[in-house]
Design a protein around this ligand. Structure first.
Ligand SMILES: NC(=O)c1ccc[n+]([C@@H]2O[C@H](COP(=O)([O-])OP(=O)(O)OC[C@H]3O[C@@H](n4cnc5c(N)ncnc54)[C@H](O)[C@@H]3O)[C@@H](O)[C@H]2O)c1
Length: 355
């Protein structure tokens, strides 16, 4: 189980802290008493969870490009982080079809840059690279992926994250095998949902925009299945991986799938229906368009390694995850205190997890 007290006073660097997952992660780390610094471009959306919850005033927020190696290296020298979570990325599949070069530069060279800084650093002891469940060679045959299956994502986003995994493995084998070097893990999480995601081309943000405009939610691929889970599920396990490998690298540093139980893997249509029911106000959904560029139809993860090594189990099943997301959305759309809602949800989650 995650030991929040481990983070008290620890110097933690989060790349991509202005994004959806990064903002939730910073809230968790601040609650745990960590000394948090973030490195990222400006928030990728307006509004953003980062802006709405006033994170800028609560942590050291450095604006910078992950492709700017010199600036990143200066930050490592000045801040001397002990733990690093790497989330900065171009994370949208459809954007990656329009901007493949930028996607590969950000997601692959960004990983090289961060690993190079870690290689040159004397302070870092624990590093978690956040990739995705889309890193695998997906033949749409409904098999659940295990960590040893071939990595070869289809579209530029997925493939850039497969490359990010391979870059990480090369650094581990070339530089980080001896006991006095940093512990390094990669985490391959499924699609996350939760309050404060405003990205384009994602299901829950599309639902929130539809609710705001009083329109029906429009789906492209209602039958695609994804391992959806609440954002706090992967974030708490990223924190636990970083914590445990900090003192026992041999046992815990590895690559991990992070996803819900197989019965919680839902189709986009089922998830939209659940959100509409949970949100209320007559929100509905319909199908439109030809589906756009290729996106995997089936995606399921086998998370046995995570369960065996960490005794991990999902805390909020999909219905609770949707209910909490709808709750956050109601607070946001009624002009309520979304920062307090984030804190309350974190407190509820930690209580339910027994942390
Ligand atoms: N959201 C999901 O469902 C999901 C699922 C699996 C994995 N992931 C991974 O989690 C991470 C965070 O995803 P998110 O949903 O919070 O995305 P997001 O778009 O909300 O945030 C991305 C973050 O990266 C930063 N960034 C982008 N390009 C950058 C650059 N060139 N230099 C520095 N910073 C840059 C942005 O400023 C932002 O802080 C990503 O690595 C993503 O691939 C997300």
């Amino acid at each position: 189980m995650l030991d929040l007290s481990f983070y008290k006073g620890k110097k933690v660097l989060v790349t991509g802290h202005t994004g959806f997952k990064g903002s939730w992660l910073c809230h968790l780390l601040l609650l745990a008493g960590a000394d948090v610094t973030g490195y990222a471009l400006n928030p990728p959306t307006t509004p953003s969870l980062f802006g709405l919850t006033g994170l800028e005033k609560r942590m050291d927020s450095i604006q910078g490009d992950i492709r700017d190696f010199e600036k990143l290296e200066m930050l490592f020298t000045a801040y001397e982080p002990e733990i690093v979570f790497h989330l900065a990325a171009q994370p949208i599949v459809r954007t990656s079809y329009w901007l493949p070069r930028m996607t590969f530069e950000t997601n692959v060279m960004g990983t090289v840059n961060i690993l190079e800084c870690i290689r040159n650093s004397k302070s870092v002891r624990s590093f978690v690279n956040v990739t995705t469940d889309k890193v695998y060679l997906n033949q749409d045959d409904d098999k659940a992926f295990t960590e040893d299956m071939p990595l070869d994502g289809y579209d530029p986003y997925s493939n850039s994250k497969s490359c990010s995994e391979l870059v990480t493995h090369s650094y581990v084998k070339s530089y980080f095998l001896s006991p006095d070097t940093p512990a390094v893990s990669t985490a391959r999480a499924g699609n996350v949902i939760g309050g404060g995601d405003f990205a384009r081309d994602r299901l829950i943000p599309d639902c929130v925009r539809a609710a705001e405009e009083g329109k029906a939610v429009v789906l492209r691929n209602p039958n695609s299945t994804r391992p959806f889970q609440h954002v706090l599920e992967p974030l708490t396990i990223y924190m636990e991986i970083a914590e445990k490998q900090y003192s026992d690298k041999e046992k815990y540093a590895d690559s991990y799938n992070v996803g819900p139980d197989l019965e919680d893997v839902k189709s986009a249509g089922e998830l939209a229906e659940m959100f509409c029911q949970a949100y209320g106000n007559g929100l509905s959904w319909r199908v439109e368009g030809k589906g756009g560029p290729h996106e995997a139809a089936f995606l399921r993860l086998d998370c046995s390694r995570l369960k065996q090594r960490f005794g991990w189990k999902s805390v909020w099943r999909i219905d609770k995850a949707v209910e909490k997301t709808a709750e956050w959305t109601r607070v946001y759309l009624s002009g309520g205190d979304v920062a307090k809602e984030v804190e309350d949800e974190i407190a509820d989650y930690l209580k339910d997890a027994g942390i």
